[in-house]
Structure formats: C-alpha cells, structure tokens
Design a protein around this ligand. Structure first.
Ligand SMILES: Nc1ncnc2c1ncn2[C@@H]1O[C@H](COP(=O)(O)OP(=O)(O)O)[C@@H](O)[C@H]1O
Ligand SMILES: [Mg+2]
Length: 318
C-alpha cells in the first residue's frame, strides 16, 4: 500500500469534535454522541482505544469503522432492525435513540483471546455456558456461544455475567433476553457466512441492543474490526494444527504490540504511540475494510472535522 496519504493525514485525524449545536454531548472512548430528542448523532472519531484506554488517533480509522458498520447494518437489516436513520458523512451515523440494555452481547465461534485465558485458569464458568473439557486454543465450538459481559465505566474492564444474573438483576426481561440472543445468533451467522465468501473467519463479536417502546434494535456498531475478531480463513487449519497464533485483521494487532514492545496491559499510564505504528495500524484498518467489503477506500486527505461540519450543515443537522 502507498502509505504517503496515511502519513499526510496524521495532522488531520479526528481526535474530538466540537459540535455542541448538535445537542447534548457524550464522549465515549471512540464515538462522540449528540442527542437531539429521539435521535442520536454518532460521530466516529479516529481515536484508538485498547485495554480500555484511549491511546492515540489513527488516520481514516473513524471513516473505516463507520463505513463498515453501515455496510453490515445494511446487509443484516432483514434479520433484526437496526438503529440507523441516515449517514450524512463518512464518519457520522444519525441513529434512533434507544433505551440501551446494560449488557454487551458477546458471540464467539472459537475458543480464543480472553476466553482461552479464562479457560486455562478455570474461570470460564462465570458465563454460565457449558464447555467441553480438553479443548484447544482457537478450536471451533460446535455452534456459536454467547458469553455476555457487563458494560463497564471508562478505564474499567467489562466483567463476565451469566444469563441467570442478567435476569436476576433485571438487566433484561426473560422475553427480551430470548429475543436478544436469537437476534445475536442470527446476526453472527449472517456475518460468518459473508466473511467466508471474502476468505475471512468472523471469529467473535460484540453486540449492543436497545429498545424503543417494545421494538428491539441492534445499536452501536456491528462487525467492525473494533468490535470483532477476524482471521484469514485459508491459513486457519495450518496455524491451528501447529498451535500458532492466527493471522488477524483486528485490534488484537495493537494489543500485542503494546504487550510485546511496551509491556503495557492496561495498568498505569499508557505509552506514546510512534507515528510509524499509527500508520501501520491505519494500513490494517484499511486492509480490513477492503477485505470485508471487496472495495478499496478512496483516501481523501484533509481536515475531517471541517468536512463533517460542512456535510451536517448541508443536510440540515447543524
Ligand atoms: N442507538 C443508540 N441508542 C442509545 N445509545 C447508543 C446507541 N448507539 C450507540 N449507543 C451508545 O453510544 C456510545 C457510543 O460510544 P462509544 O465510543 O462506543 O462508547 P464506549 O466508550 O461506551 O464504548 C456507547 O455508550 C453506546 O452504548
Ligand atoms: Mg463502544
């Protein structure tokens, strides 16, 4: 890939937005949301978060995430209604404001990542999901499993929670939880099916759901490299047989760099990220976009905030 556009974009990345005329502002780790009555304007910034800390910005990351979420919402809207109302800019989604469930619905096709670490320690039982004994790292489950977690505050880690606790704490009613898990499975299977046609494995992912009245919606983002793990399909068997790590297209790349190069796993002050690493990560996000959608992203170097303002004004949101 020609990285000159990525270097050129470094001074223009979107770190934060100042669009208070849009409504009440809430800054998440990655997205800035503005509330306008029953609508939310979600601006996906270029912020990179890992281990629950914001570390730096990555050129074109917000655009890649918002475009991918849009792509996936469009492809899955026959399975479950989603929150999207309009996409007035590459980084912006106007969404139906929903009453969110305070549960992250994690769906996993393979025993890997934090769940593999839990499995080795014997703490994987916290999700209340039955597991076979003697499974290997990166082994596929007979069918996808759901390992829910709580939605933690900034700087804290999400905690595993079982279906029993979700119902006991009334985080969702039994009827809603049944609808949520059915929707999550349906979305995940559709995601896996499409990923396969693109030579990828959708390994696991996280969904958030919300309601308006009695209507259930999938909200936030879906099947992006920030919320999902993707592996390269035709290399899976060989790596699995040798017990090697899989080739991945997701955020695990930066987690491993932080651990390997800086000894950082979330404790203490996060390290500075050199520009070359930011550019390399931008390449990964762009490669993921191209792999998943089959289309390369046209890179428009320039001020993202100014473009967003212009597009929002043109569409009457500002
Ligand atoms: N349609 C929606 N209705 C209500 N809340 C939403 C909707 N879509 C996304 N959200 C919330 O907006 C926030 C998006 O910002 P994000 O950077 O992902 O935050 P976080 O740091 O909590 O992950 C999240 O808290 C998410 O739950
Ligand atoms: Mg989030």
């Amino acid at each position: 890939m020609n990285t000159s556009a990525l270097h050129a974009q470094l001074p223009h990345t979107l770190r934060q937005t100042n669009l208070s005329a849009l409504g009440q502002h809430y800054q998440g780790k990655v997205r800035d949301t503005y509330r306008q009555g029953d609508r939310l304007v979600l601006v996906t910034s270029d912020r990179l978060s890992a281990f629950d800390h914001v570390l730096t910005t990555i050129p074109f990351k917000g655009e890649v995430l918002n475009r991918l979420a849009t792509f996936w919402f469009e492809r899955t809207k026959h399975i479950v209604p989603n929150h999207v109302l309009d996409v007035p800019d590459a980084n912006v989604t106007v969404a139906r404001a929903c009453e969110p469930f305070a549960v992250e619905v994690v769906v996993r096709g393979y025993l890997t990542g934090s769940l593999w670490r839990d499995y080795q320690k014997g703490t994987h039982t916290a999700y209340g999901v039955p597991f076979g004994d003697g499974m290997r790292k990166d082994e596929a489950f007979p069918s996808p499993i759901i390992t829910p977690s709580t939605k933690a505050q900034y700087g804290q880690h999400d905690e595993p929670i079982s279906e029993k606790e979700i119902l006991a704490k009334n985080l969702a009613s039994a009827r809603d939880w049944a609808r949520i898990t059915e929707a999550a499975r349906g979305l995940f299977l559709e995601g896996q099916k499409w990923a396969r046609t693109r030579g990828l494995i959708l390994v696991d992912t996280k969904y958030e759901f919300g309601k308006v009245g009695d209507e259930l919606y999938v909200i936030d983002e879906i099947h992006t490299p920030d919320s999902s793990r993707y592996w390269v399909a035709d290399e899976y068997e060989a790596h699995f047989a040798k017990g090697e790590d899989q080739r991945m297209l997701d955020k695990e790349n930066i987690r491993q760099w932080l651990i390997r190069e800086r000894g950082f796993q979330g404790q203490g002050t996060p390290p500075a990220i050199p520009d070359d690493v930011r550019v390399e990560l931008a390449e990964k996000y762009l490669a993921a976009y191209e792999r998943i959608t089959g289309t390369p992203l046209a890179l428009n170097v320039g001020d993202v905030h100014a473009r967003i303002e212009k597009n929002l004004k043109a569409r009457g949101y500002l």
